[in-house]
Design a protein around this ligand. Structure first.
Ligand SMILES: Cc1cc2nc3c(=O)[nH]c(=O)nc-3n(C[C@H](O)[C@H](O)[C@H](O)COP(=O)(O)OP(=O)(O)OC[C@H]3O[C@@H](n4cnc5c(N)ncnc54)[C@H](O)[C@@H]3O)c2cc1C
Length: 282
């Protein structure tokens, strides 16, 4: 199928993009890598009147380590993050997740900001952001603001971004020598969206773990923390953590699998990720 007709504008600056979003009908969409947006246009799931291309705006891409945080500009391509020595060193969970996002051609064009803003419930990066306790930097008509990952994901494809907001960057705490991370997902084929996935972080504390954060994706409308399982894992008991998932998660059936299958897979993933978290990491 072909998309419905739309107008196109290339934003010259962040302010220009925010200005262009101020249409009386509100019917404009930002275009970043286009890897999700263009598919929804072609399938006529969405038919905005105006596409505002962010790709000409300087300063929206790049990776920097600042004040104990690693900041990733919204227009940073997945491929750039995948190859970045800074991401490998300071955000190893994101490095683990990257190869699972689509295929190389999609990662060459898709952006980290686009993935977080789109907030697909089966996507890897929103769960990584939540597992790392990261935050999102937003620019809008009233200026800039920062939203914590806990407050960012609101519902199915719904976030704290307002209709005239642009996501400008994400930030996650830079890994320290005690940081442990784990990542696993089940997908029908490599590169497909996950049936169920798990992104996790923790701190090593002697032989145990503290600050365990387990963020599941593909099991609800938004990435979800499994808080009872986190407590059990911090107590060192993987079996109890797997049992706790029964009350932490209540996935619905979807086109990929039944809720019961997803719950079972969530337990399998937890055992794999627990093993990663418990082993010393480079
Ligand atoms: C075949 C295929 C397989 C894929 N598999 C996966 C996968 O396994 N896992 C996965 O996570 N993703 C997958 N993707 C999606 C891919 O990761 C996308 O790149 C990503 O979801 C969106 O990023 P984008 O830059 O392409 O955004 P776009 O498609 O340009 O935009 C997506 C949405 O976000 C909004 N948006 C974009 N940037 C901003 C911003 N800076 N501020 C505010 N709003 C913004 C747009 O208006 C639009 O509504 C797949 C895509 C394809 C085509």
């Amino acid at each position: 199928m072909k998309p419905a007709p739309f107008a196109y504008a290339k934003a010259k600056s962040l302010d220009h993009a925010i200005e262009l979003l101020a249409r009386p009908d509100g019917d404009a969409r930002l275009l970043a890598g286009g890897q999700s947006l263009i598919a929804t246009l072609n399938m006529r799931l969405s038919a905005p009147k105006l596409l505002i291309d962010l790709n000409g705006i300087g300063g929206l891409a790049g990776i920097a380590v600042k004040n104990g945080m690693i900041e990733i500009g919204a227009l940073t391509r997945h491929a750039e993050a995948e190859r970045s020595a800074d991401i490998a060193r300071h955000a190893p969970l994101i490095a683990l997740a990257m190869p699972h996002i689509g295929h190389a051609a999609i990662r060459n064009r898709g952006t980290l900001g686009g993935s977080i803003a789109f907030a697909d419930p089966a996507a890897e990066l929103p769960a990584c952001l939540l597992a790392l306790g990261g935050e999102v930097e937003i620019a809008g008509p009233k200026g800039r603001r920062t939203v914590k990952s806990n407050d960012f994901f609101k519902g199915l494809f719904e976030t704290a971004l307002g209709p005239r907001d642009v996501l400008t960057a994400i930030r996650v705490p830079a890994a320290t020598k005690d940081t442990r991370v784990g990542f696993a997902e089940f997908a029908r084929r490599h590169g497909d969206y996950a049936m169920v996935g798990l992104a996790a972080s923790a701190k090593a504390n002697g032989k145990g773990l503290i600050d365990v954060r387990l963020a599941y994706f593909g099991v609800g409308n938004i990435p979800l923390r499994a808080k009872k399982a986190e407590a059990a894992l911090a107590g060192g008991n993987v079996d109890d953590a797997v049992k706790a998932l029964a009350s932490d998660l209540d996935p619905s059936d979807d086109v990929q699998a039944t809720g019961a299958t997803k719950k079972h897979l969530a337990g399998v993933l937890l055992r794999r990720v627990a093993k990663q978290l418990m082993e010393p990491q480079p």
